[in-house]
Design a protein around this ligand. Sequence first.
Ligand SMILES: [Fe+2]
Ligand SMILES: [Fe+2]
Length: 166
Amino acid sequence: MMPELTDRAAQQRLEAHHAHLVAAVDGAVAELDRACLDDDPAAAANAAVRFQILLEEDIGPHAAGEERSFYAAAEPLNGALVRSLTEEHELLRGLIRACGRGSADLGQRAGRLSHLGLAHEVRALFRAHAHKEDAFVTPLLLRAMPAGTVAALFVEMHAMPAAAQS
Ligand SMILES: [Fe+2]
Ligand SMILES: [Fe+2]
């Protein structure tokens, strides 16, 4: 039988997942930086595809999962915090869409630089955002909610929504 997930273990796993995502974004943006510095349209296109997959398959679903679980639970405890973090998710979603549109213009230097600017915005926003979640959301829930809540929310966050399973 699987050992039961404790709140502390769930907190550590969420922090580790954030660190993993932040490092993945850093790596993908560094790859775009190199391709732009080398003025290499093919390398830029490849790097942009990898970056977009990371944004759409990992960062976007991560944010949606948090809104269903941790944010919903934290909202009655600190509505202003949850609103500000949800606004950051909206900003991230806007940047993800803009990166998707911008990746069509990588043949020209101006298009590559503009895409790189967006990628740098994603990197700065996501790093600060993940740090805030680790510093404020999980500790708030650990303080205010009954034992087992954070572990249950962590499991819920990673459960696929019904629409995505069909
Ligand atoms: Fe988030
Ligand atoms: Fe997060």
